[in-house]
Design a protein around this ligand. Structure first.
Ligand SMILES: *Cc1c(COP(=O)(O)O)cnc(C)c1O
Length: 355
């Protein structure tokens, strides 16, 4: 039976990505060699990086003045690289979940951090709306999609100071107005590629303004100058990312992916709201279209393990909620077909009919 893959990350990738990546592991670009065993300086691989960068720019409509980088270290290294490169005295952060907290912790190593608002009071089940961004901060950091708690900032906000966003789990899920951001980063393992590559989109004019020395590897300018090849890049994940980007273009780009994602999210939230056994955990207006968190209603709490087993029997994989929320989380990333969401909805209905 084909499994329905709801893992939060690493997670489902398109069949196109998996198939082409598998082929390249056997014979890359007709070289008669595996992509695992070639120099990253070979022209065939340099072409992969160039094409991935170009497609990133095309699909996200990235204006001039921005650079796209493919790095190692995960989004978690960006929690430190961002303040290393941009924080001179003070930075502002919005605390919307575990990843935002981790980013704040790192920034504090570099200067003053103003946490302008937090939703910790209600276990990060909503996005704070009422806050003031200090005009004298070097940047304002947000996490656009809170993978663990299933909340999302749905629009590109106006901000008078440079806006920095962790978009690990919602990049490419909708069209984004890149011009509103100074820097966007994310681990690729949620909508793009297997784990191992991190993307950074950075407005170049913001770099080189802090007075501290920056270690070579942690300085964005090193990687701009080296065209993401200063040192050995994560070759295979970059190749896989390129396949995903090609697939995104084939299916119709971000407008079409956004349309599909909204349809999938509406279908699943609709069932959660209608089904007597379940309830959503995120504030309705802040519900993520990528990570859907839900729990059993109080009077049915003791059915949780039974539902988990029931869903597993029907091919549902990866729906266990994160330990900090409990219950269930269905991640419905770009590559997940609506048929998988329908299968989960059918499972929820069938289970409710039994009880
Ligand atoms: C998964 C995730 C991270 C951590 O990514 P790593 O690449 O594992 O460091 C950071 N932020 C968000 C929003 C995430 O979903």
């Amino acid at each position: 039976m084909k499994k329905h893959n709801f893992f939060a990350g690493p997670c489902i990738l398109s069949e196109y990505t998996i198939k082409n990546t598998a082929d390249a592991v056997i014979n890359f670009a007709g070289m008669g060699l595996s992509i695992l065993e070639i120099s990253h300086r070979e022209k065939e691989f340099v072409a992969v990086v160039d094409e991935a960068r170009a497609l990133f720019k095309e699909l996200l409509n990235i204006p001039d003045g921005y650079q796209v980088l493919f790095l190692g270290g995960g989004a978690s290294l960006q929690f430190c690289m961002v303040p290393f490169n941009l924080l001179e005295k003070k930075a502002a952060y919005l605390e919307t979940g575990t990843w935002a907290k981790n980013a704040i912790k790192e920034a504090k190593l570099f200067g003053e951090v103003d946490v302008v608002a937090s939703s910790a009071d209600k276990n990060f089940s909503y996005i704070p709306k009422d806050y003031k961004i200090p005009a004298d901060a070097d940047y304002f950091h947000i996490t656009t999609n809170n993978t663990i708690f299933g909340t999302e900032i749905h629009t590109d906000m106006d901000c008078d100071i440079p806006l920095v966003a962790d978009m690990s789990s919602d990049i490419f899920s909708r069209p984004v107005d890149i011009s509103k951001y100074a820097l966007i980063y994310g681990g690729a393992q949620k909508n793009l590629a297997p784990a191992g590559v991190t993307f950074v989109i950075v407005k170049e004019e913001l770099l080189g303004k802090v007075s501290r020395p920056i270690p070579t590897m942690l300085d964005y300018r090193t990687h701009i100058k080296g065209e993401s090849m200063f040192n050995t890049p994560p070759v295979l994940p970059i190749y896989a990312a390129l396949q995903t980007l090609k697939w995104y273009k084939q299916v119709g780009g971000l407008e079409e992916l956004y349309r599909r994602n909204k349809a999938k999210a509406e279908l699943l939230y609709g069932e959660i709201d209608a089904n007597k056994l379940f309830k959503g955990t995120a504030a309705v207006e802040d519900r993520s279209i990528m990570n859907v968190c839900f729990v059993m209603n109080d009077e049915y709490k003791d059915l949780e393990a039974e539902f988990a087993a029931f869903a597993k029997e029907r091919g549902m994989v990866g729906i266990k909620g994160h330990r900090s929320v409990g219950g269930f989380r269905a991640s419905i990333y770009n590559a997940l077909p609506i048929e998988s969401v329908q299968a989960l909805v059918d499972t929820m209905r069938e289970f409710a009919a039994k009880h």
